[in-house]
Structure formats: structure tokens, C-alpha cells
Design a binder for this molecule. Structure first.
Ligand code: AMP
Ligand code: GLY
Length: 426
């Protein structure tokens, strides 16, 4: 017989994990939720555990002792490190792809090979391990050109180069200077794609695919997509660039083909598969795959989910996923990321955050925490991306208005946020 109440462990400590904890804690079965390591926001809904998301051994030891009914993995690092395989080998139920399947995110070269073999539309690319060969190749290409580190580089391993000199510098950093360590020992040099980006996430149970509502992230730090790339400065859902006629194309050309090619290689994919797409004049092309929920897309997607998330996650583990398990509210949702001053460069931590209660009291507003911690009972900053101020609205314009109203009530030293989240869709 199942334990009563059900227990769920969420791994991770960012805004995505607060959104997951928030949704799971409100499940109709009212599970007891643990979060490792969590943040000041998850502390109100779950019991935070003093275990890093990358501490696979520590997490496994905790799970063996406490036997959660389900573990949900947020970030890519533990997935790529094989956490799911380890948990499964110990008879623990865990939501997320195996190490082999997580290579779709963990190695851009693997991912590109799968896409090419499967006929998935994507940028043309070549792979290199030698700087001289890469530099010679660059000479024959048109610009802009994109240089990508093969492995995980926390979003910093992609360089859009406007000239051969910029490409040489990126190649030198990765293949010669080794600034990304092992992640940059191989590089992919690929054609630049033009268009509008969208994130399409799917739940996958090994065979069945359920596409989640579309979202758009805002990767650059400043308004009008200026300045360096970040982990994501805001998101909205749905993304109007994903028109109705694109859905069957995305399902078949991106998800079905990719999963079929993995199966041919003996790899069964379970969990979330996230396709970062460039929607251009010639249809959608895949920029990258992620093997997990997006951050901050998840903060904008989950508030729109009508009904429970937990049954769908369990169905992915059990191989019983059905389309009807995922239904959407008609409202639109917007998440504005409030970041620490200086982010994505160096920034201060430990600054007190004011106005959280006032913002959170607004109707249909949830303030998801990302880089926060409790200091003597008060919430303080503890990371670059600090909060994801999220609002539902009857349409996108309404949601944008509410989210900015809420963000305006929150203060901390050096707080910065973009003023144009979702503006392109309005
Ligand atoms: P990735 O980590 O591969 O998604 O790359 C991060 C960001 O770089 C993407 O969200 C795009 O904005 C940009 N990017 C990556 N690949 C390309 C490409 N081939 N053409 C244009 N932009 C790209
Ligand atoms: N929002 C981009 C990512 O989660 O990778």
C-alpha cells in the first residue's frame, strides 16, 4: 500500500524548482514535499534539505533512508551525471531522463548527430577538436557564425561571431585556453539561424509525447535584447510565434523523429524534453535540446496548468502518459526575473528583499524565488537571478501589467529587471 501522505523530493534550488514545488505542494493529494537544496521560497511549501543538486551520493543516501514516492530532478547537471540511473538501480521512482538520454543536452555534438541522423531541421554544423582545423573551416563560412562548446557551460558556451577574428577568439578560448574545461574540448561550429525563438517542452514517457504550452524566454540582460546572455530574464506563455499550424510540424519533425532515433540507438527517453527552436521563414529549426524543464519558462508555464502536475509526472515514469492529463487555463502568464545588480557579471548577495508580501497578495500573482535565502528569518538575495515575479492575466497584456505592478512593489539593493518582457508579442 502507498504511504499516506505521499512524499515528493524536488532536486534543485532555483526559480524552476520553486515553481515545481509550488505546483506539486498544491496537488489534490497534498503530498509532503522536500526540496534539495531549495531556497527561501520553497521553504514555505517544502522542507529544504541541506544537499546540493549535484551531490548525487548525498541525495541517494537521503532517498534510500526516506524513500520518497517520487523524485523530480530540476537541473541538467545531476541528470547528466547519471542521478536517474543511480536512483532507479536502487528501486527509487524518479522523474527525468537517464544519463544516456540526457546527452541530448550534455553533448551538443551528440545532439547534432542525433538530429542529423533523424532528419530533424537544425543548423548545419561541423565538429572540431583541433584549433587549426576549426580556424581553417571558419575561413570558408559566411557570418554571423556560431561557435559552441560541446558540453555543459551554464549557458555561456555559445558565442555568436560576427567575423573570422571573433570566431578565432572563441575557438582559442575553448580549444586552446580551455576556459570551459572538458566541456570545451570539442566544439561545434554552426550556421547562424534567423527568426524568433520559442521553447517547446514535452512530457515523454518513453513513447508517448505530450507537448506543453509554448513559451518564450528573454536571454539577454537588457531591454531590446541588448547586452550579454543570461540564464533568462523573463518568459511568457503562450508564445504567439508558435502558430497553430506549427504544432503538428514540431511534434513530428522535432520530437517524434528525435525520440525514434534515440530508440534506434537503444536509448529510451523519459522526462521533459525541451526543444529550443528558431522559428524562421522556412519553419522551425532546433537550436538546442535540454533534458529538463526550462528556467524561467517553467515559472510561466505551470501557473497555466489546470489541474494537477503530479499524475502526469508519475505517468512519465510509469509509461502511462495520456494527452488528457495536461489541460491549460485560457489565461496568459508572464514571469519577470528580478536580478541582482551586476548580473550576469559579479554581483552582491545577502541584501534584504522588501515588499514580497505586498506583491504576493495581488490576485493571480506568485513571486517565485530563485537566488534567495533566509537570514535570521528574513529573505535576502543569494544569487544572480533573485526572483521570478509571475502573473496570470485574461490575456498577455493584462498579465504583463499585473506582473510589472507586482515587481514594482519589491525592492532590494541593485535590483534590475527588463521592462520589455513579452513586448514583442503585444
Ligand atoms: P543554445 O544554448 O544552443 O540554445 O544557445 C543559446 C542561445 O544562442 C540561443 O538561445 C540562441 O539565442 C543563440 N543561438 C544558438 N545557436 C544559434 C544559431 N545557430 N543561430 C542563431 N542563434 C543561435
Ligand atoms: N531558459 C533556458 C533554459 O532553461 O535553458
Amino acid at each position: 500500500m502507498a504511504k499516506d501522505p505521499m512524499t515528493v523530493l524536488v532536486i534543485g534550488g532555483g526559480g524552476r524548482e520553486h515553481a515545481l514545488v509550488w505546483k506539486l505542494a498544491n496537488d489534490s493529494r497534498r503530498p509532503v514535499v522536500f526540496c534539495a537544496p531549495g531556497n527561501a521560497g520553497t521553504a514555505g511549501l517544502a522542507q529544504n534539505l541541506d544537499l546540493a543538486a549535484t551531490d548525487v551520493e548525498g541525495l541517494l543516501a537521503w532517498a534510500l533512508e526516506h524513500r520518497p514516492d517520487l523524485t523530480v530532478v530540476g537541473p541538467e547537471a545531476p541528470l547528466c551525471a547519471g542521478l536517474v540511473d543511480r536512483f532507479q538501480a536502487s528501486g527509487l521512482r524518479v522523474f527525468g531522463p537517464s544519463q544516456a538520454a540526457a546527452q541530448l543536452e550534455g553533448s551538443k555534438i551528440f545532439s547534432k548527430e542525433v538530429m542529423e541522423a533523424a532528419g530533424v531541421p537544425t543548423a548545419k554544423a561541423a565538429k572540431f577538436t583541433e584549433a587549426a582545423a576549426a580556424a581553417a573551416y571558419v575561413r570558408g563560412q559566411s557570418f554571423p557564425l556560431v561557435v559552441k562548446a560541446d558540453g555543459l557551460a551554464a549557458g555561456k558556451g555559445v558565442v555568436i561571431c560576427q567575423s573570422p577574428e571573433e570566431a578565432d577568439a572563441a575557438i582559442d578560448e575553448m580549444l586552446v585556453k580551455g576556459v570551459f574545461g572538458a566541456a570545451g574540448r570539442s566544439v561545434l561550429i554552426e550556421e547562424f539561424l534567423d527568426g524568433e525563438e520559442a521553447s517547446i517542452l514535452a512530457l515523454v514517457d518513453g513513447r508517448e509525447i505530450v507537448l506543453l504550452a509554448s513559451a518564450q524566454d528573454h536571454k539577454r540582460i537588457f531591454d531590446n535584447d541588448q547586452g550579454p546572455n543570461t540564464g533568462g530574464m523573463g518568459a511568457y506563455c503562450p508564445a504567439s510565434v508558435v502558430k497553430r499550424d506549427l504544432w503538428p510540424v514540431i511534434r513530428e519533425q522535432v520530437f517524434e523523429r528525435t525520440l525514434a532515433e534515440l530508440r534506434r540507438r537503444g536509448i529510451v527517453y523519459k522526462g521533459v524534453l525541451y526543444a529550443g527552436l528558431m522559428i524562421g521563414s522556412r519553419g522551425p529549426k532546433v537550436l538546442e535540446f535540454n533534458c529538463r524543464f526550462g528556467d524561467p519558462e517553467t515559472q510561466a508555464i505551470l501557473p497555466r496548468l489546470a489541474g494537477d502536475l503530479l499524475p502526469a509526472l508519475e505517468a512519465c515514469v510509469d509509461g502511462t502518459l495520456k494527452d488528457r492529463m495536461v489541460q491549460w487555463k485560457p489565461e496568459a502568464c508572464v514571469c519577470i526575473v528580478m536580478a541582482a545588480g551586476g548580473y550576469p557579471g559579479s554581483y552582491a548577495t545577502g541584501d534584504a528583499i522588501e515588499g514580497l508580501d505586498e506583491a504576493g497578495k495581488l490576485r493571480d500573482v506568485v513571486v517565485f524565488h530563485a537566488g534567495t535565502k533566509l537570514v535570521e528569518g528574513k529573505t535576502a538575495t543569494a544569487g544572480g537571478r533573485v526572483l521570478g515575479v509571475t502573473a496570470l492575466g485574461k490575456d498577455l497584456k493584462d498579465a504583463v501589467g499585473r506582473a510589472y505592478l507586482a515587481a514594482g512593489k519589491i525592492q532590494f539593493n541593485g535590483a534590475q529587471y527588463r521592462k520589455d518582457i513579452a513586448a514583442r508579442a503585444l
